[in-house]
Design a protein around this ligand. Structure first.
Ligand SMILES: [Zn+2]
Length: 226
């Protein structure tokens, strides 16, 4: 499963009633806000993560304020379409969604991927009132378009400001909620399987019985079994 598919699988768990196409068409910020809230509901509002300092290689543990990121993530006006006017060009566009990332995944070169993304997200382009093709947009207009998309949907690129306690080096670390949550759930599933294994071996209970226990009772029996 690729990262975009993983994000959509997690999102589907958070919104069981939604159609797959609807989820794939959500602006990336909306999608990630949904994933941040899902994370908060399963594991709580604060996450602990680890990284190594790129300067001195010291191991660093830090907390991520999931609740705050969820608040910041939702684009203010995700519905769109949005409009940009620059150098005589008027561009009507929408924000990129998971379906767009899937569509450009097969592009081998970055400029090709960017052009394809542009074609998908730009809805209409006019110059001095006359329609023009999106390929005709000059570089400064395309750059301004990219900047405006990032302003409207800042979670496309969440950066955490880290500082190394050992050497003082500061750097931005990209935080991908889909990737992070996927690994947290994977670790939780493995831990649960381990607990089921332990309790089944000691007490002879079925998997369903063990998973039906409250967390407090399961922990109590695990302590007794250990
Ligand atoms: Zn350091």
């Amino acid at each position: 499963m690729n990262p975009v598919e993983r994000a959509l699988v997690l999102l589907a768990a958070a919104r069981p009633g939604a159609a797959a196409e609807e989820l794939a068409a959500l602006a990336l910020g909306r999608r990630d806000a949904g994933l941040l809230r899902l994370r908060e509901s399963i594991f709580g509002p604060v996450a602990t993560a680890a990284a190594n300092c790129p300067h001195c290689a010291a191991a660093l543990e830090f907390t991520v304020d999931i609740a705050l990121l969820a608040t910041e993530a939702a684009p203010q006006d995700a519905g769109g379409p949005h409009r940009l006017a620059k150098d005589g060009f008027v561009v009507e566009f929408r924000l990129p969604a998971s379906a767009d990332l899937t569509a450009i995944a097969s592009c081998a070169e970055a400029p090709q991927a960017r052009q394809r993304l542009l074609e998908r997200c730009v809805l209409e382009t006019h110059r001095d009132g006359a329609p023009v093709a999106s390929e005709a947009l000059p570089e400064p207009v395309v750059a301004e378009l990219a900047a405006q998309i990032e302003r409207l949907d800042p979670t496309i690129d969440i950066q955490l400001d880290l500082r190394c306690a050992a050497c003082g080096h500061a750097w931005p670390l990209a935080f991908d909620i889909a990737h992070f949550l996927w690994h947290e759930i994977d670790a939780l599933a493995r831990r649960l399987l381990g607990e089921v294994h332990t309790l089944a071996r000691v007490y002879g209970w079925s998997e369903a019985d063990i998973l039906g226990l409250s967390i407090a009772r399961r922990n109590y029996y695990l302590e007794m079994a250990g």
